[in-house]
Design a binder for this molecule. Structure first.
Ligand SMILES: NC(=O)CC[C@H](N)C(=O)O
Length: 368
């Protein structure tokens, strides 16, 4: 069934619809990963976005039971060059088409994704609509140009109530801004006694859980849309060791007085090189972000830049000069992508251990 992808700059692509037949709008972004489409489409940080993959053939190994990053995918729509109708893998349970129909998410194939990606790189991420062939393109373009997309996506994807994921190790409170399961998996693997809490949980409520450490998860949208989290971070900073990922990193920066900004087209892919400024080591990382911490805003804050992106020099890691708190813009939990940075979870737990055994002074001696 022919459907159209319409962009706010006036470009119209005609392709073949699959998955759900509903019409949708969203921010069109590209991901350069060659594999990992299941993890990408189920990453809650894509809430409200229409994702195109630059890799040309998608769906070959199907969708399986085990590789989801959330229970309910939050992406608005999916765009591919060619979709595999007959996946082949022993783990495969559904084809992309079957899965998207089941989850009511529209998708389109037969799109020149190289052209689309070049438009996004030139124009910056832009609003788009996936709709039926009968829709009037000029009308849709006008609507896209005149309306803002929905914000406050964190509220849509965060858990509504707190829940435990018990273990025998350190008590970690994981604040869910749209958490990828991978983060919880890494903590569970290390036997942490995790309590996942909603995005609006206050500092007092978190401290009442007597955590040994606090983790700030990834999540969708603009960090400035979540002021309650910034307030919470200020209330726990210096009291309990803190580790933040992606949106968690941006919220931490805002809480410490730095600023964030929207990037032209962001970083989304599985092979972004990041340099650790203290060791000079390079990690190949998985990334998905459209906002960044502004470098010029760091100067008068208590923050130290620990990592930078080698492609464009933007900030990829921060630590607090005084308190036990550090964050990264990339994804140490991978899923999908390389596991070069996976050791950050161990470093966090080492920090938690030091703090528990020796108090705040130990922080000064721990290398991040
Ligand atoms: N993966 C994330 O946490 C993304 C953070 C934020 N929504 C951004 O786009 O920059």
């Amino acid at each position: 069934m022919k459907r159209q992808l319409i962009l706010e700059d006036g470009t119209v692509f005609i392709g073949n619809g699959f998955g759900s037949e509903i019409n949708t709008v969203g921010e069109v972004v590209f991901n350069t990963g060659m594999t990992g489409y299941q993890e990408i489409l189920s990453d809650p940080s894509y809430c409200g976005q229409i994702v195109t993959l630059t890799y040309p053939l998608v769906g070959n190994y199907g969708i399986n039971r085990d590789d989801f990053e959330s229970i309910q995918p939050a992406i608005s729509a999916f765009i591919v060059k060619e979709v595999a109708d007959y996946p082949s893998n022993w783990r495969s349970d559904w084809s992309l088409d079957e899965y998207f129909k089941m989850k009511n998410i529209p998708a389109i194939s037969g799109i020149d994704t190289r052209k689309l990606t070049r438009i996004i790189r030139q124009y910056g991420t832009l609003k788009g609509a996936l709709c039926g062939i009968e829709s009037d393109a000029q009308e849709v373009i006008q609507t896209l140009q005149q309306n803002r997309l929905v914000t406050n996506q964190v509220k849509q994807v965060s858990t509504k109530t707190a829940y435990p994921s018990p273990g025998r190790g350190y008590r970690i409170v994981l604040v869910d801004f749209g958490m990828k399961h991978g983060i919880l998996r890494e903590l569970n693997k290390r036997d942490c006694d995790v309590i996942v809490v909603p995005y609006h949980t206050t500092a007092t409520e978190i401290l009442q859980l007597r955590p040994d450490g606090i983790m700030l998860s990834n999540g969708p949208g603009d960090p400035k849309d979540v002021p309650e989290a910034i307030e919470m971070i200020n209330g726990v900073l210096g009291k309990v060791p803190l580790f933040g990922i992606c949106l968690g990193h941006q919220l931490f920066a805002l809480a410490c007085g730095a600023d964030t900004d929207k990037m032209k087209f962001g970083h989304r892919g599985s092979n972004h090189p990041v340099k650790d400024l203290s060791t000079g080591k390079i990690a190949i990382t998985s990334q998905n972000h459209g906002f960044t911490v502004e470098e010029s805003s760091i100067e008068n804050t208590p923050l130290l830049v620990t990592h930078i992106a080698l492609n464009d020099g933007t900030i990829e890691g921060l630590k607090h000069r005084e308190f036990p708190a550090f964050t990264v813009q990339y994804h140490p939990e991978a899923s999908p992508g390389p596991e070069d940075a996976n050791g950050l979870f161990d470093q966090f737990l080492q920090l938690v251990k030091h703090e528990k055994e020796e108090g705040v002074s130990a922080w000064q001696n721990v290398q991040i």
